[in-house]
Ligand binder design. Sequence first.
Ligand SMILES: NC(=O)c1ccc[n+]([C@@H]2O[C@H](COP(=O)([O-])OP(=O)(O)OC[C@H]3O[C@@H](n4cnc5c(N)ncnc54)[C@H](OP(=O)(O)O)[C@@H]3O)[C@@H](O)[C@H]2O)c1
Length: 339
Amino acid sequence: MGLGAGWTQETTGTEVAKAFKDDIKSKTILITGVSPISLGESTALAIARHGPAKLILASRTESKLQQVADNIVKMNPNIKAELIVVDLSSQADIRTAARRVYALTNRLDILVNNAAVVTSARSETLEGIELQFGTNHIGHHLLTSLLTPLLLAGAKASGEPGTTRIVNVSSMGYRLSPIRFHDYSFEGKPVPPEEEPPKGIPAHMKPDVAAGRPYYGFTAYGQSKTANILHAVALKERLSSKGVQAFAVHPGSIWTNLSRNLSDDDRKIIEGTSTFWKNQDQGCATTLAAAFDPDLCDAKEAYLSDCRLHDVAEYAKDQPIAERLWQLTEKLTEGKANL
Ligand SMILES: NC(=O)c1ccc[n+]([C@@H]2O[C@H](COP(=O)([O-])OP(=O)(O)OC[C@H]3O[C@@H](n4cnc5c(N)ncnc54)[C@H](OP(=O)(O)O)[C@@H]3O)[C@@H](O)[C@H]2O)c1
């Protein structure tokens, strides 16, 4: 059963995981961004039901991770998730977390880069990078690079090319912005027209000037989600010949805690962005399809929505742009994928 199975926007993660339950059993899986009432939780629960070889949950808040781990045990007492506390807005913390992953396993089969932050007001990572780009993209790029040897070990051990996967949870919100190479950190530097938000983006993108310079929270979120897709494009180019596939997904529109840092005005804008709201179980279906669907082993495309491959704007799939972002990111992480 695969993409032809008639999945729709209403398909649940529970259904997708059940379809691939035999594949899940042998896998060591790491998911970032796991809190109660989040897509990280529904992804973890859907997977845990089928007894993966190892389930590693990595997120910022220990008490929330523990709550999800408790919910998993209630559902499947045979599964004990390993928990890793990591702040993806700190590169030092990411390196420490990666070392902990190496202490837990010598292979990784599925890496789900799911954590994200959305904010209306500008702030920065520990390294001084705009927070949404720095956390949602730079943090996950660094984590992925550090864990790539484990993914390569997983691919080698499985002997089934393309079943070892990296899944970046992106968003249709990528449409709000290309990568602003000339001002990725929103420091008020001029950007050329091709780095501005695409034409037709609503005029509600009002600047927040509280930080002393214009800041467009949704534009910054859009840039970070474009980066998630381009990261998958670059990973596919680098790793698919070594048996590791990479995808980015739009999970749909789901009420989670994602909007917690938005202004009231921005939250109202979000309310008007969808005609179909998924529940949390539906919201993890596309992530699970990207992680396990065997029909995707040879896929050249990198982006899925509603459990199927979808096209994206040129600025989110162009190989040279993906490579340029890779080089920028290597620079911002000091180019060192060493522990
Ligand atoms: N919900 C939607 O409608 C929607 C639509 C499109 C795309 N997405 C994408 O789906 C993914 C999951 O979002 P969600 O809706 O489940 O949001 P959520 O409920 O806010 O969950 C986000 C998760 O990321 C964690 N996180 C945030 N900052 C972090 C950091 N610095 N270090 C480590 N972990 C951090 C959060 O931890 P804490 O709770 O401890 O802060 C939380 O576990 C995101 O990539 C988002 O962009 C969601």
